[in-house]
Design a protein around this ligand. Structure first.
Ligand SMILES: Nc1ncnc2c1ncn2[C@@H]1O[C@H](COP(=O)(O)OP(=O)(O)OP(=O)(O)O)[C@@H](O)[C@H]1O
Length: 252
């Protein structure tokens, strides 16, 4: 199965003997947000991390199956994972800005990938901060430490950093779960803006958030995808009883 967007085909992921992801196939459309939901331990984060090979950084992980983007299977040997993670960026649960200035957090990626001219870097920094709704709050302190920002601002900075290298897909692992309600709302607004340009895959425990931000939802249970459909359908008329039980709070 070759696709131009991002897709997983018969993907299984093992931690030693334990099969955490069992033969999952899912395709993600450009300019759509897909939410991955399911009870704790069902494999959402493992699946998300496999989409840009972040599981490679965990010892003892073995992956079977294919992940396609732009007609390339990223699980083939010889794939440049730095370029891969430029194409498929990641935002983590806890904001993790570099211990550098706001400016440098964003300029780092483009500079690494060859942008040298200051004017061009300045433009990228401004554009990414504007897209992340952070420009007004930071334009007078670009060279101050990113660590002096609030948690919510740091998370938006991490999103700005991820788009600075012009990815096609942004993976988000519970990006708002460590934030207060106002910061959470800002991150959700940002997701709605960003999906005009990117495909976004988001893990969330928050059913309301999944319903608010996503176009499609995949319900994971015990390492498998039980149901994958339009979010409206999943939340109003799911076809599987397990999905219904989960979204109505009967387990998980
Ligand atoms: N580094 C690891 N080593 C061994 N087993 C792991 C590791 N990470 C996750 N697992 C196991 O794999 C399964 C899936 O975990 P994963 O974190 O992907 O689930 P999740 O749905 O994201 O859970 P949560 O919602 O609690 O974050 C679980 O049984 C978990 O214990």
């Amino acid at each position: 199965m070759q696709q131009t967007g991002l897709s997983a085909s018969n993907l299984s992921v093992f931690y030693g003997e334990k099969e955490a992801i069992k033969n999952v196939s899912l395709a993600f459309s450009p300019r759509e947000v897909t939410a991955l939901i399911g009870p704790s331990g069902c494999g959402k984060s493992t699946f998300l991390r496999s989409l840009n090979r972040m599981n490679d950084t965990i010892g003892g992980v073995r992956t079977k199956g294919e992940i396609w983007i732009d007609g390339e299977n990223i699980n083939e040997p010889g794939v440049d994972v730095v370029l891969l993670r430029q194409k498929i960026g990641m935002v983590w649960q806890r904001p993790n800005p570099f211990h550098k200035s706001i400016y440098e957090n964003i300029a780092f990626g483009p500079r690494y990938h060859g942008v040298r001219k200051k004017k061009q870097l300045d433009e990228i920094v401004e554009e990414c901060l504007r897209k992340s709704a952070l420009w007004e709050e930071t334009k007078d302190r670009l060279h101050s430490s990113a660590l002096a920002l609030s948690g919510g601002q740091q998370q938006r900075l991490c999103i700005a950093r991820s788009i600075a290298v012009k990815p096609k897909v942004i993976l988000m692992d519970e990006p708002a779960s460590a934030l207060d309600p106002v910061s959470t709302a800002k991150v959700e607004e940002l997701i709605a803006e960003l999906k005009q340009d990117y495909s976004i895959v988001i893990v969330t425990h928050n059913m309301h958030q999944a319903a608010r931000v996503s176009d499609k939802t995949a319900f994971f249970y015990m390492g498998k995808v039980v149901e994958y459909d339009k979010t409206d359908k999943i939340f109003t008329n799911p076809s599987q009883k397990a999905t219904d039980d989960y979204i109505s709070g009967r387990f998980g």
